[in-house]
Ligand binder design. Structure first.
Ligand code: C5P
Length: 301
């Protein structure tokens, strides 16, 4: 999913957002994590990460206000790679943030994967993608996903990634409210409520539908965490209802929320829905879903 460029003594990586087309929670594991099966696709909304040589390890963030302290996944990834390779090297990391954090769009995990790829290059670590993905798994469950192709099934706690080959040309409206959804809280609510979702959709069944019209996706965009997220949304803005009111038919929640997405056959349709929900105060981005063969670097504005 990552696009890499080496130029001018540094390395730049475009780190895409992802959406979970489906997310099924299979069981609570003894380690406290949840066993999942989730069909995930990359979308054309990117953070940009540039790394340059430096004596210290430091992170600068532009575009959106995100904490740049030691807990930032980019710095955690950098430290994990240094440890893995027994290095003391430094770097200046400049993160151009466009993917809103805390919305289930995977921006932090994608940034961490981007940092591993870029620093592997800058520091001459010589690790291959599988080794980098293993370092990524120690940083966060979703990080290994971004080392694979644009579409995949995630299993285990998310770190087992099986590539999927699918072709489809859908457009997607990403829509997110002002509030965030802490993943830990959503899983906590899931444990209290139990699985109230429809489940039952397998990854293979979904692949058969991907060539059809976008509205047919309404039957399989199932996310077992949506009840849990709804329960702690606590009356705050209902993004799903807003997208449906705007005319969208196939709407899903990504990750543990708070972002939703709607799939459309045409860009014009997607833009109409986006304009309608923006008027209601929801932020949006109209993107394309990637599939093999259409994975291209776009120039996000
Ligand atoms: O792995 P990561 O740090 O991204 O996970 C954040 C939190 O989300 C975990 O501490 C856990 O509470 C929850 N989680 C889970 N099951 C998963 C992934 C995450 O319970 N498969």
């Amino acid at each position: 999913m990552l696009h890499i460029n080496s130029a001018g003594g540094g390395v730049t990586v475009q780190a895409p957002a992802k959406i979970n087309l489906t997310l099924r929670v299979l069981a609570r594991r003894p380690d406290g994590y949840h066993a999942l099966e989730s069909v995930v696709a990359g979308v054309s909304l990117y953070d940009g990460l540039r790394v340059e040589p430096d004596g210290d390890l430091r992170l600068v963030c532009r575009g959106m206000d995100v904490p740049t302290g030691a807990d930032n996944l980019v710095l955690k990834a950098a430290r994990a790679l240094r440890e893995r390779c027994g290095l003391k090297a430094g770097a200046r990391l400049v993160l151009e943030k466009r993917i809103p954090p805390g919305r289930g769009l995977g921006g932090g995990s994608s940034d961490a994967a981007a940092a591993l790829v870029a620093l592997n290059d800058l520091w001459g670590c010589g690790l291959g993608r599988p080794a980098l993905a293993a370092v990524g798994a120690s940083v966060g469950s979703d990080v290994p996903l971004f080392f694979g192709p644009s579409m995949a099934v995630m299993r285990g706690r998310g770190e087992e990634v099986e590539p999927l080959e699918a072709r489809f040309g859908w457009h997607v409206v990403l829509a997110w409210p002002a509030y965030t959804m802490p993943t830990v809280d959503v899983y906590g609510a899931y444990d209290r409520l139990g699985n109230q979702g429809g489940g039952g959709v397998t990854a293979t069944a979904i692949l058969e539908h991907l060539a059809g019209p976008a509205r047919d996706a309404a039957s399989f965009l199932v996310n077992d965490l949506e009840w849990a997220a709804d329960s702690i949304r606590d009356g705050r803005f209902d993004v799903r209802a807003c997208l449906l009111e705007a005319g969208a038919e196939a709407v899903g929640m990504t990750g543990s929320g708070s972002a939703y997405f709607a799939v459309a056959d045409t860009e014009a349709e997607a833009r109409n829905w986006a304009d309608a929900v923006e008027a209601a105060g929801v932020k949006t981005y109209v993107a394309v879903l990637h599939s093999e063969g259409t994975d291209r670097q776009e120039n996000p504005t």
